[in-house]
Structures are given as C-alpha cells and as structure tokens.
Design a protein around this ligand. Structure first.
Ligand code: FE2
Length: 197
C-alpha cells in the first residue's frame, strides 16, 4: 500500500481569513504531495514497503532518514487537514474537556501551553497535545517527528514549519498559533483520537 494524497476535507478557501486558499494550495498540493512522492520513492525496496503507515514511522525512526522524514510528514499532514475545520476552535466535547482540565488545570492553560510549545519550537517542527500515561501534555518536536516516536499518542498537532503560516502571517508565528487555537481547531476530531486511547 503506497502513500497517496487525500483530498482536503473542506474547500481551499474555507479556512479564511485564518488560513488562506494560497497557503492551502501550496501546503497541501505541493508540500504534502512532495512527502507522498518522495516517501513512495524512498520506501522502494526497503523492509517497510507495503507496511501500515504508523509502523513505517516508528520503525524507520533513527534508521532511515529519507523514509522517516517523508513518512513522518505524511502521517502528520494526513491528520493536520482534519485537525482544522471552518469556524473551528469552539466548544470542546465533554470528556476531552474534562481530561484537559484535569491535565492542565484549565482550558485556557491548555491552549496557552500548546501555543507556547509552538512558539518555542526552534526551527521547523510541530506543537502537540500528546496523550501519555493517561495525561495530556503540550509538547513539541522537530521536523517530521511526532509523539508517535516518543512514546505518546498525538491527539492534536499544529504544523509550525514556515510553509504553514508564512504567506498569511509572515514571521508572526505566535499570531498563527493563536488563530489556530481560537478559530481553526476541529475539537471533534481531537476528541475522536482521544477516545481511541
Ligand atoms: Fe506542513
């Protein structure tokens, strides 16, 4: 089973003004597609060819950089499109809301820590809400890594590579992160992943 590029689950202009059509055209049609194509090429003839994606990501980490970087980013972006929705960032489903309050003290603190993880990620990477040992934590990873390769389960990820925000926000990464948390997060999808724990 080779990698393939999914359709966006909404129209290209559906996330405006927080994320523009131009950003999604570049990010989805060019960047994600490159991970798909480069990943398929890198997988050829390796022990991971035809394996499930999560197995490839975990198995190639630290062993095969070309496979890992592209498979990792393919995994991250498959979810990333679904971690956003038009008019997102609203009410958080009950069980997840309770778990966030238990882990962070309040929803505001959870959001603040997630934004801060993204602001402080030096260079390209991701900010996460990670489920580990029954608790949710705000974490960050570099490049194509995710909590998957650090013993956790990613339930929300925000892409902080410049390709995710530079067209709309230029160097203002904190403004992008704040807009993401307030207006883009698809909390129903986060809750779905949380429920699969
Ligand atoms: Fe990206």
């Amino acid at each position: 089973m080779s990698f393939s590029l999914p359709e966006l689950p909404y129209a290209y202009d559906a996330l405006g003004p927080h994320m523009s059509r131009e950003t999604l055209e570049y990010h989805h049609d060019k960047h994600h597609l490159a991970y798909v194509n480069n990943g398929n090429n890198a997988l050829k003839g390796t022990e991971w060819e035809g394996k499930p994606l999560e197995e490839i990501v975990k198995g190639s980490f630290g062993k095969n950089a070309a496979v890992f970087n592209n498979a990792g980013q393919h995994f991250n972006h498959l979810h990333f499109w679904r971690w956003m929705k038009p008019n997102g960032g609203g009410a958080i489903p009950g069980e997840l809301e309770k778990a966030l309050k238990d882990s962070f003290g309040s929803i505001d603190k959870a959001k603040e820590d997630l934004v801060q993880a993204g602001v402080t990620q030096f260079g390209s990477g991701w900010a996460w809400l990670t489920l580990k040992d029954g608790k949710i934590a705000a974490t960050k990873t570099q490049n194509g890594e995710s909590p998957l390769v650090h013993g956790g389960k990613p339930i929300l990820g925000i892409d902080v590579w410049e390709h995710s925000y530079y067209i709309d926000y230029r160097n203002r990464r904190p403004d992008y992160l704040k807009a993401f948390v307030d207006h883009l997060v698809n909390w129903e999808y986060v809750a779905e992943l949380f429920g699969q724990k």
